[in-house]
Structures are given as C-alpha cells and as structure tokens.
Design a protein around this ligand. Structure first.
Ligand code: SAM
Length: 285
C-alpha cells in the first residue's frame, strides 16, 4: 500500500466534481479529505440543504449549497457540471456514500461524458460497514438496495437472487424488518442472516441467526433506527436455480470437461469433482 501524508489538504481543490462521503451517524467518521474538499468547493450539491447545512455547521464550513437529486431537471445538472469545469464542485448525500441508494448516478454519468474529472472522496457506507462486522462471507457480496415494500414484490426480488453464491446485502427499515425476516424464513430457513442496526451510533448492534430467530427477536423487541439486512450465501445443495446440466452442456460446446466443470463450479458454488464426473457423462451421451 502506498500512503499519502496525513493532513487536511489546504487551499482550493482542483476543478472537477468530487463525490464526498459523509458520516452515517458518527460525525467522527468525516474524513480529512472530505472536510478539505467541502471547505474549498465553490458549490456543494446535496439532497437536502438543511441536513447538509447541519453537517457543515459542525465542521465550521461555509459553502454555497444547491439542492440536487436524481429528479432534478437536466438543466440543473448541466449547470453544476459546467461549473465543475472551472471550479471544485462537491456532491454529498444526506449520509454515507453518494450514489449508494442515494442520488448522484446521473450527475456522475453526465459529468464523465462531458469530460469533467470526477474524484472520489471515500468514507462511510452502511452496506460495507455492516458487511465488515456481520461475520458472513465477505469475499463475494451483492448489494441490492432496498427490498420492495409489498410482500409479493419482495418475495419475487428474493427469488431472483436465490441462486447467487454471495452474501446478499439490503437496506431495510425498522418497521419492515420483521416482515422481511419472516419471508426469508419461509424461503430459506437454514440460511445465516444478520441484522446490523444503528451503525457507528450509540446503540450500534449486529445480531446474527436464522431469519426465524431474528424475526422472533424483533417481534419481542421492536427495533428502532436504521438497518442493514444481510443474508449469507446458499448452502451448496440449495444453490442451483439453473439446472447445472444446462450450464455444463453450454460450456462443453466451448471447452473440455475439466474447464467446463471449473467454470460452472465457480458460478454455482457446486462441487467441482461432481461436476467434472457429470461433464464426462454428458460428453459421452
Ligand atoms: N448512501 C448511504 C450509504 O452509503 O450507506 C445509504 C443511504 S440509504 C437512503 C439509507 C439506508 O442506509 C437506511 O435506510 C439504512 O438501511 C442504511 N443505513 C444508513 N445509515 C445506517 C446506519 N447508521 N446503520 C444501519 N443502516 C444504515
């Protein structure tokens, strides 16, 4: 790892668009680079000027604010991008990393297309913070934003993610967590689940177990605050939603049994040796 000297950079940042992460609860998580960029920016685009105004006040930063979310008219984004050609412009959301279930995607895309330099100022993100403490496999994870509110849509979304050999990470709300956990309990009673709540705040907690045990817990102790819901990957036997024979047959058109078995094993989490045996059988048919 190469490191840069630890300091709050002084002076005006170079022109461009800066995507600045802000704390998700604990103001101590504001980064030094974040403070420097917000201090030197000609304009700070934000979701809610009151929320960002409070953050800036805490750090003694005076700045011009512009409300901007993904529903803002294109001309507002165009003006912000135009300004970023000659001056530093920052984008923040109410909390955490912009664009992660927060506005900014259109602005970044359009700024890049316009040739404006886009720089990341990383920091807090609830999804990554939860994954870091949940004790679930973190080598592969899939962040899927908020689960739909309606039961049917929620179930369909989960079904669509059923075969993914990765920890699933969702944002959830306190009033909905029990229902989501009940749905997961019906679909995947064996899977390990974790609920990370109020991260970086006074009442931070992360609780693991089956979905049913967690649903019972939260029924008895209705939770408050902000929540990240994590679902561990399927056990090998639960994994295939796509028939592995279909995958193997497709792979065998392009590769030998060894390579085909290796690729399908990686994609599904199924046992490579068993897939290899099956690939040989299929090749012989
Ligand atoms: N951009 C943010 C980020 O980087 O985490 C997320 C914004 S999203 C609109 C807000 C959701 O993130 C909350 O409903 C909750 O699910 C999750 N969240 C935010 N702060 C949290 C915290 N301190 N603890 C647990 N979850 C949090």
């Amino acid at each position: 790892m190469t490191t840069e000297p630890l300091s709050i950079p002084a002076g005006t940042p170079d022109p461009g668009l800066y995507i600045v992460a802000t704390p998700i609860g604990n103001l101590g998580d504001m980064t030094l680079r974040g403070i420097a960029v917000l201090r030197g920016a000609a304009l700070i685009a934000c979701e809610d000027t009151r929320v960002t105004g409070k953050l800036l006040k805490h750090f003694g930063i005076k700045a011009r604010l512009q409300r901007l979310d993904d529903h803002a008219p294109p001309e507002v984004r165009a003006r912000v991008i135009d300004l970023a050609r000659g001056e530093a412009v920052a984008l923040v959301s109410d909390a955490g990393t912009p664009l992660i279930s927060d506005p900014g995607y259109r602005l970044v895309r359009e700024a890049r297309a316009a040739g404006v330099t886009v720089t990341t100022i990383p920091g807090a993100c609830a999804a990554v913070s939860a994954l870091a403490i949940a004790g679930l496999p973190s080598d592969r994870f899939l962040f899927a934003g908020f689960l739909p509110v309606k039961d049917k849509a929620r179930r369909e979304t989960l079904e669509g993610l059923a075969g993914i050999a990765a920890t699933l990470v969702f944002y959830e709300t306190a009033p909905r967590i029990e229902r989501s956990l009940r749905t997961i309990a019906e679909m995947w009673p064996e899977r390990e689940v974790a609920v990370a709540r109020e991260l970086t705040k006074l009442h931070e907690e992360c609780r693991g177990g089956t979905a049913a045990s967690l649903a019972d817990h939260y029924a008895a102790h209705p939770p408050k605050g902000e929540i990240v819901l994590l679902i561990g990957p399927p056990a090998v036997a639960e994994a295939p939603v796509v028939d592995p024979d279909v995958l193997l047959r497709a792979m065998l058109l392009e590769a030998g049994p060894g390579k085909a078995a290796g690729i399908v094993a990686k994609a599904t989490g199924l046992d490579r040796a068993a897939l290899y045996t099956r690939a040989l059988e299929l090749k012989g048919q």
